[in-house]
Design a protein around this ligand. Structure first.
Ligand code: APR
Length: 229
């Protein structure tokens, strides 16, 4: 089976009702990103950051996967699909995708501040954390999110997936944030690359990318109708 590697951003969850970051009315218009999503911000005011992610978890549990997430799962019948996502929501997983690699962490998970390999999954009836939350060892926890100013631990693995791709598809990202935005340059020469976004970011000259200026749900339908095994 051909390896179909997907690199998704906030745009794939827009039609599920989750706001993107940089579109009009996006999250970073409402919240100062360095206060609610950066390493320094967490050191300065952890209570605010716990509150910010509690709010986002409460919204996430009311949302469900849209056809873009579901269609990618359907493509698993015909391709070896690997999803690399910048998103922290769990909509790819909830749509049934088997292989999902999160570059920027996972909203429904928190981890020990003392032992970062101790990761805990929250549930819809246990969504909130605070500076007073303690894990079973009595240690404080933090969102299992890659804050700005922190390394992206899964990036090397993501580049390996990109290098193995027979087809590479970028969906719903403004290609603003590195290193995620550089993934499409890791593909083998000659690998077909598609970019699905209704307002696509400019792609540097000479990069062979097929831009599909459409919403994620329409773009995934296009993949289903047009990709050849
Ligand atoms: N379908 C597809 N794409 C869409 C849709 C849609 N229905 N609606 C909006 N988009 C596109 C926008 O045109 C834009 O290109 O989604 C993209 C969203 O861009 P951003 O808001 O910048 O989100 P993203 O690229 O995922 O941000 C990357 O920045 O703040 C950090 O960690 C955060 O992972 C995030 C990273």
């Amino acid at each position: 089976m051909k390896k179909l590697v997907i690199s998704s951003g906030a745009g794939i969850s827009a039609e599920s009702g989750i706001s993107t970051f940089r579109d009009a009315g996006g999250l970073w218009e409402k919240y100062p990103v360095m206060e609610v999503a950066s390493h320094d911000g967490f050191l300065k005011n952890p209570a605010l950051i716990h509150k910010f992610y509690n709010e986002r978890r409460k919204q996430l549990v009311t949302c469900k996967p849209n056809f873009a997430h579901i269609g990618l799962h359907q493509l698993e019948e015909r391709f070896d699909v690997r999803v690399i996502t910048q998103n922290i929501d769990d909509l790819h997983e909830r749509a049934g995708s088997k292989n999902v690699l999160h570059l920027h962490g996972e909203l429904m998970k928190v981890r020990s501040l003392k032992h970062e390999d101790r990761v805990y999954t929250l549930t819809s009836d246990n969504l909130e954390t605070s500076v007073d939350t303690r894990d079973e060892y009595g240690d404080p926890v933090r969102p299992h999110i890659v804050f700005f100013q922190e390394d992206v631990p899964n990036f090397t693995k993501a580049t390996e997936l990109a290098k193995e791709a027979d087809i590479f598809v970028v969906i719903g990202t403004s290609l603003n944030v590195y290193p995620a935005a550089s993934l499409l340059y890791y593909v083998k020469p000659g690998t077909p690359v598609y970019y699905i976004d209704p307002r696509p970011a400019p792609i540097p000259e000479g990069t062979a990318v097929h831009v599909l200026p459409m919403k994620a749900t329409e773009g995934v339908q296009w993949l289903i109708d047009n990709l050849k095994e």
